[in-house]
Design a protein around this ligand. Structure first.
Ligand SMILES: Cc1cc2nc3c(=O)[nH]c(=O)nc-3n(C[C@H](O)[C@H](O)[C@H](O)COP(=O)(O)OP(=O)(O)OC[C@H]3O[C@@H](n4cnc5c(N)ncnc54)[C@H](O)[C@@H]3O)c2cc1C
Length: 507
């Protein structure tokens, strides 16, 4: 079945200036893309602008889990777990190409902060909050059962454990699928387009749109909209300040770091839940394409979300946990294939004291100048967040539209499996030559970074972060995007700078 075509970038940019929108969504992370999709499906005239690329912010730095959030139980966030479990169930059904079941083993060692009886109670509650409709129910395991499931785990002091289910996704492509569906449903969707100012009707009137700069040409476009939504995650306060009226902070971000290490060294078969030997925090060893991903940390940060990166101490903290649970791994900093960080856009008033205990629930507020601001939430709960936001927008716009259908509408974006004839970009990873063309022609990719960091996971999966592939990818993109030699060079250099910014480890 062929999908509706997305207009070319030049046309989308001119639409931005020509149409008068019901809703302008600022920020193309999962929250903004999901909201634009919902609004477009209901028949609103929607624009979505993203300063860099879809999912370039926190939405490409997550643990890539669609999960109820078992660790939130100990902080009493039952409503969040209930909602997230429902969303997990929906996404497994509506996006099986993007969200797949993942089995977790939780080993319990002698003296662990969470003993077996407490784990059993928590997982029973976890299943109950999922209305016993998770992929499978949890099982308590004897010591031998834990080692049968995950034979590389340390046997020393092992008392038993449990297995339970959550789901894994590709966070960038989940975000992209929402942006694509929005565009296919008549939204005007533009990445590399930054809001540089909010505009007002009259001197002190309501915000009635924004000035948007096309990052690729430098041109500025005045976008008019009845309602403006600030969905910029950890940038929320930066965009909020464009209103000019001082308010308290809306987000209080915490930093989360992941590392990728060779899966063969760790030896995990599926996901393993670990309690940090340093401070008892819950963290995970997760199966990636060819690596095991260890994460995450959760620390207060003042780092700018654009510049945030892992520190050596973060990496050592994660390696220590992995080596304690998988002693044969003997991982050192030299074994780290990739390290990256993201900023959780937590609701400011909930983030006081222990970062791990701060609420992951979301908040929707309207500022004095009429801008709707959404903060907090999770990748997992984005659809429900979007639904609430669009309900509010519909109320403001005040005309009748279709009802929300995102709880039953499948997400687009299925990739054909690689066949023997395909030219692979990396012999161990399933990304193909055609994926570059697909990314440029149908998935809004405009730069080498878009392709290597977010349309594929090559930058995360290769020890050189895809540097060696960059000239090849650029040359291939150049044929469709009609880049000159200078254009090719610019995009490659920008990719090298992005790799340094995102993946280098601060001392
Ligand atoms: C380490 C870590 C692990 C996590 N793991 C999970 C997990 O496993 N499961 C889960 O459910 N959740 C997880 N989360 C939470 C989840 O990733 C976030 O809640 C979610 O991605 C936030 O999305 P967002 O769209 O609100 O923000 P972002 O993804 O940051 O999007 C905001 C966007 O706004 C854009 N922007 C900023 N300023 C402007 C401007 N002036 N004009 C236009 N655009 C602008 C930015 O470029 C950015 O792309 C994790 C978070 C972290 C940090």
């Amino acid at each position: 079945m062929s999908s509706p075509l997305i207009p070319r970038r030049a046309q989308r940019l001119s639409e931005l200036g020509d149409r008068r929108f019901d809703l302008l969504v600022i920020g193309g992370g999962i929250t903004g893309a999901g909201t634009a999709r919902d609004a477009a499906r209901r028949g609103l005239a929607v624009a979505l602008v993203e300063r860099e690329d879809f999912a370039a912010g926190t939405s490409s730095r997550s643990s890539r889990l669609i999960h109820g959030g078992v660790r939130y139980l100990e902080h009493g966030y039952l409503r969040l777990v209930f909602e997230a479990s429902r969303e997990r169930r929906l996404l497994l059904k509506l996006a099986p190409h993007l969200v797949r079941p993942l089995r977790f083993t939780w080993p319990v060692y002698e003296g662990a902060r969470v003993p077996r009886w407490q784990l059993a109670a928590a997982l029973t509650l976890y299943d109950a909050l999922a209305l016993f409709r998770n992929v499978g129910r949890h099982h308590l395991l004897e010591r031998s059962g834990v080692l049968e499931a995950e034979s590389a785990l340390s046997p020393d002091g092992l008392r038993g454990g449990a297995s339970y289910w959550d789901a894994a996704t590709d966070d960038s492509r989940l975000t992209l699928a929402n942006a694509i569906d929005a565009a296919q449903g008549s939204a005007t969707v533009v990445n590399h387009a930054e809001v540089v100012a909010l505009t007002r009707a009259g001197t002190n009137g309501r915000v009635d749109g924004a000035l948007v700069r096309d990052q690729l040409s430098g041109a500025e476009i005045r976008v008019q909209a009845r309602v403006v939504l600030n969905a910029t995650g950890p940038w929320t306060d930066e965009v909020g300040r464009m209103e000019g009226t001082p308010t308290g902070p809306a987000v209080g971000g915490t930093k989360g770091v992941h590392i990728a290490v060779p899966a063969a060294r760790v030896g995990n078969r599926a996901a393993v839940t670990m309690l940090s030997p340093d401070d008892g925090r819950v963290m995970f060893a997760l199966p990636g394409a060819t690596h095991t991903i260890i994460g995450t940390t959760d620390t207060a940060t003042q780092e700018h979300p654009y510049q945030v990166r892992a520190a050596g101490s973060d990496v050592r903290y994660l390696l220590a946990a992995c080596n304690r649970f998988f002693p044969a791994a003997r991982l050192t900093e030299d074994d780290v294939v990739c390290a990256w960080a993201g900023v959780r856009p937590l609701v400011a008033r909930t983030n006081r004291g222990d970062p791990s205990a701060a609420s992951r629930e979301h908040a929707i507020q309207t500022t004095a100048a009429g801008v709707i601001t959404i903060t907090g939430g999770k990748l997992t709960t984005y659809r429900a967040m979007a639904e609430q936001c669009v309900d509010l927008v519909v109320h403001r716009v005040g005309r009748s539209v279709r009802t929300c259908d995102t709880h039953q509408a499948p997400l687009p974006g299925e990739r054909a499996a690689a066949s023997a004839q395909d030219v692979l970009l990396d012999h161990t990873l399933p990304w193909r030559l055609q994926d570059i063309d697909q990314a440029v022609q149908h998935e809004f990719a405009e730069t080498v970074s878009d392709v290597l960091i977010r349309r594929t996971t090559l930058a995360f999966d290769r020890k050189d972060q895809g540097r060696a592939l960059a000239p090849f990818v650029a040359a291939r993109m150049a044929t469709t995007l009609r880049w000159t030699d200078a254009g090719i060079r610019i995009s490659i250099d920008e990719f090298y700078r992005d790799v340094q910014r995102i993946f280098s480890v601060a001392p």
